[in-house]
Structures are given as C-alpha cells and as structure tokens.
Write a protein that binds this ligand. Structure first.
Ligand SMILES: Nc1ncnc2c1ncn2[C@@H]1O[C@H](COP(=O)(O)OP(=O)(O)OP(=O)(O)O)[C@@H](O)[C@H]1O
Ligand SMILES: [Mg+2]
Length: 292
C-alpha cells in the first residue's frame, strides 16, 4: 500500500527538538526540574518514569498547554527554520497556542483518550485532516471549486490514514462504540492526519490487551519507518519501550535521572530504585491526567 503523505525528514539524524533546562512549577510543586532533552529526526525516544514524574507535563509544555517558568524549547520546522516554543522574559513567558504548535509540525495523543465520541471514526480523522486545508469558512459555505477540491483531498487522506492504521472496516462506527485499543489507534490516525514531523504518544498502550499491544508496537515502527515521523513515546509498558525505543530518558520527581539505550537504562540502579520506591506508593491511578 502507499503510505499517506507526511513530512519525511530530508536529513535524518539532524536535531529536531531541543529542550533546555525546562522548569515547570505549580505553586510549591516542581513538576519539571531543569529538564534537558534532545531529539534527532527519525528517532523513537521513550520517556519513562513513575507516576507523577512529570512525563505528561513535559508533553503539555511541548504543545503549548502549559507555559514553563524557565528553560527553552526549540523545534525545527519542515522548512528548516527553528521555532521557539517558549519565549519572553520571566513573568511574561509565552508559548504558541496548541493549534499553532500543531501547525508547526507537532501532533499528540492524550493519556485519557480525547476523541469526539458521537462522531464516526471517519469524521474524527477527517476533522484533523481538514486543518491542513486552507478553505475559509465562506469558501466552504459557498461550495467554491477549491473548497470542493479540498473536501475530496481530505476524504482521500482520511481513507488512506484509516487504512494505514488498519481501521477502514470500522470507519462508519461511532468512536464511542469502539474498543479501547481501537480508540487509541484512531487517536493516532487523527494525530497523523495533521501531517506532523513529531508525534507525541502519551501512554498509547494503556488499557489495551496483549494483541493490541503487539499491533501498536508494529504501528509505531511503521509510523517511524514508513512515514518518517519522529516519535516521543511516554509508556509504562517496559516490553513495548524496550522493543521500539532507540533511546530512553527517565524522569523522576521532574528530573532526568538517566538516559541512554533501553538496555543500559533498565540496568541503571537509580532507575530501578525510582520504580521500586514508587511501587510501594502506587495507588493504581496511572490513567488520571491532571487538568490545568
Ligand atoms: N495542572 C496541574 N496543577 C497542579 N499540579 C499539576 C498539574 N499538572 C501536573 N501537576 C503535577 O505535576 C506532577 C507531574 O504530573 P504529570 O501528570 O506530568 O506526571 P506523569 O509522569 O505524567 O504521571 P503518570 O504516569 O501518572 O501519568 C504531579 O505531581 C502532578 O500532580
Ligand atoms: Mg501522565
């Protein structure tokens, strides 16, 4: 099958994302503490760490949901220019809005699935595909030729993506009627529909069964290899992390405590201690995403 058109990195291996000394505080709580992270084009980097370590907070800073108090985030766009995702002096720090970050080339899925439950699988993806089109509301209302052309393009792109993630058979089903694992794949298709260079996946395997986990593993590899999309993956499932990640960064209490190859990281005493320590306190609420 032909792969859907997503920006393929011209220069695999070049730096795509640079996070420097990123610090995010909520009152007295430091959710991210001088986090440094670099992502190269074409990589799959996993971010792991116990509950509350700051993983989702990092994604929220990367996508304009939270504005970190300190640090810098640079993202290289398809045209080679670098956009700063945090800027301005202390107290007047700004980040682009989430839709602008998406337009720059970063798409995400959420720890708690956020589909439109009353829309079909097709419609969920099509809405995202349409954000790539440039028909104004008036053009769409009047059915101008380029609006009709764009509509056809979005439909074709949506079909292609649903085929790519293996959901063409359920395209007319309501999102709410789909199993958890299928909804997670649909969310990935929706994120891909915006044509990202970087895909952020927040616990994509949470709540899925072993077969779905295996399919997800293959899907992440294909997204990376066939579409050329760089992937930043938050995941608690170590088997999945070890099998797909090129590198792993470990967060604990907002700090990077280890980074390196999956093999090296999983033997790191500081990582083992972080997980063993948190296992005693773990109340099983891993799926709750804190709301701003
Ligand atoms: N909007 C918020 N207001 C207050 N505290 C927050 C907010 N968002 C995150 N936090 C806090 O920041 C810390 C990191 O939370 P975060 O959700 O980033 O962790 P996580 O690593 O994604 O955990 P999990 O594995 O449970 O999803 C936690 O102590 C959390 O309570
Ligand atoms: Mg989280």
């Amino acid at each position: 099958m032909t792969a859907p058109t997503v920006n393929r990195p011209a220069d695999a291996g070049e730096t795509l994302l640079t996070v420097e000394k990123l610090t995010l505080r909520f009152g007295g709580l430091t959710s991210l503490n001088e986090v440094d992270l670099t992502l190269r084009q074409g990589e799959i980097l996993a971010v792991i760490g116990p509950n509350g370590a700051g993983k989702t907070s990092l994604f929220n800073c990367l996508t304009g949901v939270y504005v970190p108090q300190e640090g810098a985030i640079g993202f290289v766009k398809a045209d080679g220019s670098t956009v700063q995702l945090v800027s301005g002096p202390a107290r007047r720090r700004r980040s682009p809005k989430p839709h602008a970050v998406n337009k720059a080339g970063i798409a995400r899925t959420f720890q708690n699935i956020r589909l439109f439950p009353a829309l079909s699988a097709f419609e969920n993806v099509k809405i995202a595909a349409e954000t790539r089109q440039h028909t104004g509301p008036v053009g769409a209302m009047l059915g101008l030729p380029n609006a009709r052309r764009n509509e056809k393009t979005s439909d074709a792109h949506t079909e292609e993506l649903l085929r790519f993630v293996g959901l063409e058979a359920v395209e007319n089903e309501l999102a709410s009627s789909l199993s958890y694992g299928v909804q997670r794949r649909l969310e990935i298709a929706r994120a891909l529909a915006t044509g990202p260079r970087l895909l952020l996946l927040d616990e994509p395997a949470a709540g899925t069964n072993p077969t779905e986990k295996h399919e997800l593993e293959q899907l992440i590899r294909r997204i990376n290899a066939e579409l050329g999309v760089t992937v930043l993956l938050i995941e608690h499932d170590m088997k999945l992390v070890m099998s797909v990640a090129d590198r792993v960064t470990v967060l604990n209490f907002g700090k990077v405590i280890a980074e390196g190859s999956p093999e090296v990281v999983q033997r790191d005493p500081a990582v083992i201690e972080a997980y063993l320590g948190s296992a005693e306190e773990d109340t099983g609420g891993a799926d709750e995403e804190p709301q701003p």
